[in-house]
Design a protein around this ligand. Structure first.
Ligand code: COI
Length: 355
């Protein structure tokens, strides 16, 4: 069979041809796609290991119509960001966790995965090749999107015969159109995001399009995003479409425990660690939907989302509004996270990787 590749017409990486600066208005960056100059591609056959990745100009890829990813959704994605810190240096944030999560997901989806070193090196190369698209400090970041797809053709349901690891990037600002304003969430109890034994705990591409309908319905009614319930009992909150969820009550921070249906976000993990370090008790446990009624605060976390305060949650026609006055726990956590990422709060954990 024909192993499809990056189109031969794509220009190879020409580092010397790039200027450091780009004439671009960095103000009010949202989360739209503004593809950065270069992408990274690495391929392997089923049963083999990835070798020899390369950068090329960003562009369309050639794919067999019978590719496993197109027909059976055999694919994973990741999300990580490159930042410019106060001294102008470029940094990544805990990229090895994205590599490990991709390996766990690949095992679940019967795909080979790049090693942690290959993954992190590829993310670094992509970030550096696209450095002129990393926004100035405080204006946003370069969102880096690694993909692992079954790119080889397959007709019967089986793992694809060839895999492609791809990375592209785009400068981004706030994920939600609300910007930094509090989110209004809608609790969905008809459609579910994940079910026990499914792939909800890995970043399978198949977790995302099934929630578009619930998301569209919620957005039509003016909500920012949907909060999903556990599909077995419709009793426990799980996560929102693109981020994890936390509640705060009497200085105790709680977040749904990973139970196979929740994506273990790297920002989620980081916020748990920062919270404990700041002296909060953090419980990873089943969080009942009725606990939202008397929470002091609710917030969401994610790579794309950052830390976003929730202003209201609507469940079965009942809307609970949260008090946004005073110093919010979520604000304190967010400014600590951003401070570490910008190099103004000591990174005692070694999370920031200078490149
Ligand atoms: C991220 O936060 O990086 C994600 O992958 C969520 C995505 C739906 C934007």
């Amino acid at each position: 069979y024909h192993t499809s590749g990056v189109s031969a017409s794509l220009k190879e990486y020409e580092p010397c041809h790039q200027s450091e600066n780009v004439d671009f208005n960095w103000d009010n960056l949202g989360f739209g796609l503004k593809p950065a100059d270069y992408m990274y591609t690495m391929k392997c056959l089923e049963g083999e290991n990835f070798t020899q990745g390369r950068l090329s100009r960003y562009g369309n890829i050639e794919l067999s119509p019978a590719a496993g990813v197109l027909n059976y959704g055999q694919g994973l994605f990741e999300g990580t960001k490159a930042f410019r810190v106060e001294d102008g240096q470029i940094c990544l944030f805990r990229p090895e966790h994205n590599a490990i999560r991709m390996q766990i997901g690949a095992e679940r989806m019967c795909m080979p995965a790049p090693s942690t070193e290959q993954f992190v090196d590829a993310v670094k190369e992509t970030a550096l090749a696209n450095r002129r698209w990393i926004p100035p400090t405080g204006k946003g970041s370069l969102y880096i999107r690694p993909l692992l797809i079954g790119s080889g053709p397959i007709l019967g349901l089986a793992p694809a015969p060839e895999y492609t690891f791809l990375i592209y990037a785009s400068p981004v600002g706030n994920y939600f159109k609300e910007g930094m304003a509090p989110l209004n969430l809608y609790v969905e109890d008809e459609y579910h995001r994940a079910s026990p034994g499914g792939a909800g705990c890995v970043k399978s591409i198949t977790n995302y399009s099934p929630v578009l309908k619930a998301q569209a319905k919620a957005k039509c009614s003016g909500f920012s995003d949907v909060l999903y319930l556990d599909s077995s009992n419709k009793t426990y909150i799980e996560e929102a479409s693109a981020c994890n969820i936390f509640i705060v009550k009497d200085n105790v921070i709680s977040t749904p425990a990973p139970s196979g249906t929740i994506l273990e976000g790297i920002t989620r993990k980081t916020i748990i660690e920062i919270s404990r370090d700041l002296g909060y008790q953090v419980d990873e446990r089943g969080v009942r939907v009725d606990e939202l009624d008397d929470a002091d605060e609710v917030f969401c976390t994610g790579t794309a989302v950052g830390v976003a305060a929730v202003g209201s949650i609507t469940y079965r026609d009942k809307r609970v509004n949260y008090n946004m006055d005073g110093q919010l726990v979520s604000q304190k956590l967010f400014s600590t996270l951003v401070g570490i990422q910008r190099g103004v709060v000591e990174d005692k954990w070694g999370w920031v990787v200078k490149i």
